[in-house]
Ligand binder design. Sequence first.
Ligand code: SME
Length: 152
Amino acid sequence: MSNYKDIWFQCETIIHSQSVLKEKMQAICDFLGNHLPSYDWVGFYLSDVTNKKLHLGPFYGEPTEHTSISYGKGVCGQAVEAQKTFVIDDVAEEKNYIACSIHVKSEIVVPIIKNQIVVGQIDIDSHTLAAFKQKDQQLLEHICRELATYIE
Ligand code: SME
């Protein structure tokens, strides 16, 4: 499945299903990881706003030791503070980067924003350089906007 409209349609069905939030997030990770060949690792981090930390939630792919990331650290932590999407075409060029695997070449992090607060994010790693294009950013921002409506 490489048609982004079809992919969005499937994601929308998952997001608006009767499942609880964590099950929806897991289903999104598995769906994207299984249908988009350059998405090698797909995961959600959830914000601990009080302690300014991100905690790993549902994910697809190899387990990571980075289950907790402070705001400002790595691409994930920067995306929280900037409240915007980060697209890294070549992680070797990114100074504030936390490596999860030597195979990762590019990354996208999209914050989930609710009432002007970053409540979480979706993080995707690819073994391909510059894997994430505008259509990926649009798809993932759409997913995060819709998921935000289910976050308390
Ligand atoms: N690369 C991320 C860390 C998370 S792993 O990719 C799963 C970062 O720089 O924040």
